[in-house]
Design a protein around this ligand. Structure first.
Ligand code: GUN
Length: 282
């Protein structure tokens, strides 16, 4: 059984990005990322802090716009418009989830698609589905990088994705389909989850429910990718997979923490560099 070490791969990618940034800086270009964070959700605060720290470490300029929970939609959109126009900003990210009174679609559509480093704008999502060059959402992109690094060819494989969110499940399915995997997407209304997971060569789970994927749901020698991050009552972090009982059956598995999580951040930095280079080549 091989543990897919996203932490080390993310480090390797971030070191390469640091070199890219140094080269850009020699040409008087400093990549810039604007993060908009609304409310005080503790998990979002942790993610935003990690993103800002990673930017700093890589030499990328970053600014975090923190806004209160009761902010008006219009104020957020005006901030995005300012960032769209700001020449020092190459990437814009609005941390999700948003408070219920804010229309997420309106917010994401306000971002200039050329600065959409999260790849959540319908323009980029559409291009991804058509297998055209686009900004690709960071978490599924990170999973594809793990496959590449470990020589896992998804072509013709049966992949079961558990969780059909716009930020993970759907773009993950598009990326895999573009690489000719056979993709099965399960969600809360799936009648018999085990029936789907049990058949899969690769299981990718992003639900947010600790222990959802148990030993009996996984076939021997399967590849298991765990995108869940759950805080247990004892304070420890766990994924959606019952790792201790599932790992021995797998050919490859990602741990939590240290699997997909660090790759999400590395891909955000990578997308920010891509946006910077896109602008310089205009
Ligand atoms: N919330 C959970 N994951 C993400 C992500 O990748 N990007 C943003 N903006 N918000 C998130």
């Amino acid at each position: 059984m091989i543990v897919l070490n996203g932490k080390d791969l993310a480090k390797k990618i971030q070191n390469k990005i640091k070199e890219d940034v140094e080269l850009l800086k020699k040409a008087s270009i400093t990549p810039g990322l604007a993060v908009i964070m609304i409310g005080d959700d503790p998990a979002s605060q942790v993610y935003v802090k990690k993103k800002a720290e990673a930017c700093k470490e890589a030499g990328i300029y970053s600014v975090v716009h923190e806004m209160p929970e009761n902010i008006k939609e219009e104020t957020i959109i005006n901030t995005i418009k300012l960032m769209n126009e700001n020449q020092n900003i190459n990437g814009i990210l609005v941390q999700l989830p948003l408070p219920p009174h804010i229309n997420q679609t309106k917010i994401l559509e306000a971002i200039d698609p050329k600065k959409d480093v999260d790849g959540f704008h319908p323009y980029n999502m559409g291009r991804l589905c058509l297998d055209l060059d686009s900004f690709v959402p960071c978490t599924p992109l990170g999973v594809m990088k793990i496959f590449e690094e470990y020589g896992i060819d998804v072509k013709g494989k049966d992949v079961c994705i558990v969780g059909a969110s716009n930020i993970v499940g759907k773009p993950m399915a598009a990326l895999l389909l573009n690489e000719f995997a056979t993709v099965d997407i399960c969600h809360i209304y799936t009648k018999d989850l085990k029936e789907h997971t049990k058949r899969a060569d690769i299981i990718i789970v992003a639900v947010g429910k600790a222990g959802l994927i148990t030993e009996d749901m996984v076939k021997d020698e399967a590849i298991v990718i765990d995108i869940g991050i759950n805080r247990l009552e004892n304070g420890k972090l766990a994924g959606d997979v019952d790792y201790d009982n599932v790992a021995h059956k797998c050919s490859h598995i990602t741990p939590v923490p240290g699997g997909v999580g660090p790759m999400t951040i590395a891909m955000l930095l990578s997308n920010t560099i891509k946006a910077t280079k896109l602008k310089t080549s205009e």
